[in-house]
Design a protein around this ligand. Structure first.
Ligand code: NAP
Length: 339
């Protein structure tokens, strides 16, 4: 049985990682929970048990077979080479290595074959990309994919546990009639919508979150020239990223055909009877490992166009569940297949 470590075990994703590992009955000889020195000695839940958290160190990776990293890009850059050198395969939730050509970027139900090419490191995509990729893959396989346009409506848990706590405090103050004060983002998020998710890294007007969606989608779908138009928006939702999506296909594909082919895809749930108020929402998707799709209709703006709405739990399917699915693939295929 593999020995597992989680770096960032106390965070928003780390907490869900512990839940998902326990729920799926992942058989591990050891689960080591690592975080910053601030958390050393605290205890975190794992199923019905509790595990003591240790401060991350080189020795903490000794004997570890799979290390799942969820502590931010800087920590991944610092500790991944050390964990790999100690013999672990690192499954990284951060953006640190996703676009490196020799690092597979894997969505378990889209490109599982890429796991086999790993050289000690496998990257988990950004949460908005993760929710969208299985649906785009279904469209691609059926009718070819020419262009994708996406507007995301992203939950604050995508920014980490501190952002969730901040939203709740901002909301309480607003309900008490106090003046709005931004705690989490540059402007208040409670009862608001921010036309920015992520941070501006260049001078092209796009955030890193938007560029991740463009570049990671191309890499996962193995379509380097795919045209992707994107806007990432932050909304006062705790968990569940929603996405309004328009696709242009190479061949005609009717809304009914798309609905039928999505119904056959594992991990995708179609909720699409708007007249009966049946469509995906963030609240309904939160806590689920599936990707929800609804509002499937023709795009009136182009010939081979479809529009739909996609929702997934950013902490589960968008991060923890996929990381555990990658660990399961590693175990199934032999841990060090290419080393
Ligand atoms: N939230 C999402 O929806 C989502 C989705 C996909 C990917 N991700 C990625 O997953 C990573 C974690 O995100 P999160 O939302 O879980 O963040 P978070 O709630 O802020 O948790 C951060 C974790 O990193 C640990 N950490 C911070 N500084 C550290 C240090 N110097 N050394 C060791 N551990 C340290 C924290 O430990 P302490 O408790 O001790 O501070 C905590 O366990 C990020 O790279 C993020 O981009 C997040």
């Amino acid at each position: 049985m593999p020995r597992i470590a989680i770096l960032g075990a106390t965070g928003a994703v780390g907490s869900v990682l512990r839940e998902v590992l326990a729920e799926r009955g992942f058989e591990a000889a050891d689960l080591r929970c690592l975080a910053s020195p601030r958390s050393a000695g605290t205890r975190v839940a794992y199923g019905d048990d509790e595990i003591e958290v240790a401060a991350v160190s080189a020795d903490a990776f000794a004997g570890i077979d799979i290390a799942i990293f969820s502590a931010g890009a800087a920590r991944s850059r610092e500790w991944a080479p050390i964990a790999i050198e100690r013999g672990a395969v690192v499954v990284d939730n951060s953006s640190a290595f996703r676009m490196l050509p020799d690092v597979p970027l894997v969505v378990a139900d889209v490109n599982p074959h890429a796991v086999r090419t790993h050289r000690g490191l496998i990257a988990n995509p950004n949460c908005s990309t993760m929710g969208l990729a299985p649906v785009l893959k279904a469209v691609l396989d059926a009718a070819g994919l020419e262009r994708v346009t996406v507007a995301t409506y992203q939950a604050v848990s995508g920014t980490g546990q501190a952002a969730v706590d901040g939203l709740l405090r901002e909301t309480s103050r607003a309900l008490a009639g106090d003046p709005a004060r931004a705690e989490v983002y540059p402007q208040p998020i409670a009862f608001n919508v921010l036309p920015v998710a992520g941070s501006f890294s260049g001078d092209d007007g796009y955030t890193d979150e938007e560029l991740k969606l463009v570049h990671e989608s191309r890499k996962i779908l193995e379509l380097p020239d795919l045209r992707v138009s994107v806007a990432c928006v932050r909304v006062p939702v705790v968990t569940g990223h929603s996405e309004a999506v328009w696709v242009e296909t190479r061949d005609p594909l009717s809304p009914d055909d798309l609905r039928d082919l999505l119904l056959d895809r594992p991990g995708i749930i179609v909720l699409d009877d708007p007249a009966d108020y049946s469509y995906p929402t963030a609240l309904a998707a939160a806590g689920s490992d599936d990707v929800y799709v609804g509002r499937i209709r023709r795009d009136l703006g182009c010939e081979n166009g479809l529009a739909f709405w996609v929702v997934s739990d950013n902490l589960r399917k968008g991060a923890a569940t996929n990381a555990v699915q990658i660990a399961e693939l590693l175990v199934r295929d032999g841990l060090r297949a290419t080393r």
